[in-house]
Ligand binder design. Structure first.
Ligand code: ADP
Length: 577
């Protein structure tokens, strides 16, 4: 008996002295908080962190460039309301990831960029370490928050603070700096376990003040030509049923911003998308739900907004109010709480907008939809944007549960207008910056996070920024179908070098390039299509098989307009006009 007792004592003592280290504590802290996936690129000093994360049951998706991994993490955050995690090496890898972190912050997506870094002592004395850089200082202006952990026992706090900062209030990107030395630090396993924090209520509800709701409802009740504008904040908030109830109960026409398309199906009778210019100009009271009055909405003023109007704005960020124009009725709180409070106050006696307003909106809609149907129906050879989009519109209609990633100039503008979305958070695009290069990162994360097929429609220029990730798509065998609208160049593929010299024009790519061969090079399926029918067949085959596929859709090089819809933002010399 005594021997068994001794044995147990010895075992307990060993247990007590069991050690853990920085690597394991980071992984345990993430897992404890329900973070299951890491998007990253291994290398010094985080290779073992990535390896151990995989060994410990996390899904680690390794990319070919950190910016794409970062974009994947950012959109994972948008899709899940949990911070998407991107893992990079120091200095250059960190900087590559930082672009995505800044993009996440700009778009209000929760993300944590975790980068390994060099030794503080050497960095701070600028003594020239391997990949030396003061990463924390560089990250700070581009992130919602930035933290560095120096001691293993602080990893729990560091991860908890990063999670809270990313998802609470207005979501955004957070930088977490982990010096190489920290990862190797060891400490008693039991103490380490106790130092971790499971974050309770990371994004607490923020209830609106009752008087702000009264003010908003009064304004809505007095409106003759009201409009509801839904932004991607509304899509992120996951208050889908209440938002739909608010729209339907009030009978007010609504406009979805690009990534809010599908929050209510685009085919809903109250959608005013096809009468966008008309409703923006004519409305007298506009209720903004998770949408900022930034450049995408002409800052709430000017010709676009026509007649004088009053704004009600629902946003979690109090300082968003009055940022461009006066907000008559600010409603500050989380969208779920604000919309349900509005619903409660509106009651069943709310007088829906009069027939005059609804009739005028419907009339514009019908006219514009008929015009669009005519444009789409035209058979053109070579295939133009609309011919290709006609079939993709039908594909999305038949497969409403797929994620639709979209980037480019003309490819983006036309697709946004033509392709109806039917489910929330399915349209993932260039967002607040109108940035190129998010395509493959978003596509990978959408496939990983939803487990459903992804259709990514990219301009040939946009695709180039992240095209190498087709290897990643093949390596993880993801059900991603990429369609490259290939018109041989940026905007168009017919520009000439004005000097007549041998170099191509600055906006030109190799004519007749075969992007489909890139996918084939890594074992995926490639198609080269020149007609809408062939495009439709190839996309349907890809969705059916779930195999990584790239379709090179040959588009008329002369199709497309300079800068897409953003011509007004691109100063042009008098020579090019
Ligand atoms: P869009 O580009 O679609 O117009 P924006 O990105 O400009 O949308 O606006 C999103 C807004 O939504 C931001 O101002 C952000 O603060 C807000 N927001 C994000 N999540 C929430 C939430 N849960 N509750 C309230 N507001 C939110």
């Amino acid at each position: 008996m005594a021997e068994v007792g001794n044995e147990l004592q010895r075992h307990a003592a060993e247990e007590q002295q069991a050690q853990t280290d920085g690597f394991h504590l980071v992984i345990d802290a993430l897992k404890l908080n329900g973070i299951e996936n890491i998007y990253g690129l291994p290398g010094i000093p985080v290779t073992d962190l990535a390896r151990l994360a995989q060994a410990n049951g996390m899904r680690v998706i390794s990319f070919r460039h950190e910016q794409n991994a970062g974009n994947a993490a950012a959109i994972a955050g948008f899709l899940t309301q949990k911070p998407g995690v991107c893992l990079t090496v120091s200095a250059p890898g960190f900087l590559n990831g930082l672009t995505a972190l800044a993009n996440a912050t700009t778009n209000c997506f929760p993300m944590i960029l975790i980068s390994g870094s060099s030794e503080r002592e050497i960095v701070d004395l600028q003594q020239g370490d391997y990949e030396e850089m003061d990463q924390l200082a560089i990250a700070r202006p581009h992130a919602k928050a930035a933290f560095r952990v120096l001691h293993a026992e602080d990893i729990g706090v560091g991860v908890a603070r990063a999670i809270r900062a990313a998802v609470s209030g207005r979501p955004g990107g957070v930088y977490l700096d982990l010096p190489a030395k920290l990862l190797a630090q060891s400490m008693e396993a039991e103490k380490g376990r106790k130092s971790l924090i499971k974050v309770v209520d990371p994004a607490p509800r923020q209830l609106p003040a009752p008087d702000s709701i009264d003010r908003a409802v009064e304004l809505l009740k007095g409106a003759k030509r009201p409009l509801i504008l839904l932004g991607k904040g509304a899509a992120y908030a996951r208050a889908d049923a209440d938002i739909r109830a608010l729209v339907e109960k009030t009978g007010i026409p609504y406009l979805p911003m690009s990534m809010a398309k599908g929050l209510i199906p685009d085919t809903h009778p109250q959608s005013a998308s096809a009468a966008r210019s008309y409703v923006l100009a004519e409305a007298d009271v506009v209720l903004l739900v998770g949408a900022r009055l930034n450049w995408l909405l002409s800052h709430g003023k000017g010709k676009t907004w026509g007649k004088p109007k009053q704004f009600i704005q629902i946003d979690i960020s109090p300082t968003e109010m009055d940022s461009n124009v006066a907000i008559a009725a600010p409603v500050v709180g989380d969208i779920g709480s604000c919309v349900s409070a509005l619903l409660g106050k509106i009651g069943n006696d709310f007088a829906k907008p009069g027939a005059e307003w609804i009739g005028a909106v419907d009339e514009r809609k019908e006219k514009n939809l008929a015009k669009m149907a005519e444009t789409l129906a035209k058979e053109t050879t070579p295939m133009n944007f609309h011919g290709a989009l006609r079939v993709l519109k039908d594909v999305v209609k038949a497969n409403p549960g797929i994620s639709f990633v979209n980037e480019g100039a003309n490819t983006l503008d036309y697709a946004r207008a033509v392709i109806d979305m039917y489910e929330p958070r399915k349209r993932l695009d260039v967002g607040t910056w109108g940035v190129m290069g998010v395509g493959m990162g978003y596509a990978v994360a959408a496939a990983v996070e939803t487990g459903k097929p992804v259709l990514a429609v990219c301009g040939d220029s946009a695709f180039g920024f992240s095209g190498m990730e087709v290897e990643t798509i093949c390596r993880y065998n993801l059900p991603v179908c990429v369609v490259v609208f290939n018109n041989n160049g940026v905007y168009k593929g017919i520009d000439k070098n004005p000097t007549g010299g041998a170099d191509p024009a600055v906006t030109m790519f190799v004519p007749g390039a075969r992007y489909d061969k890139m996918m084939e090079a890594f074992g995926g399926v490639g198609h080269n299509v020149t007609t809408p029918a062939a495009l439709e067949a190839a996309v349907n085959e890809a969705l059916r098989s779930g195999k990584p596929t790239l379709i090179n859709a040959v588009i008329d090089p002369a199709a497309g307009t300079e800068s897409g819809r953003l011509t007004n933002l691109n100063p042009q010399s008098s020579a090019s006009k």
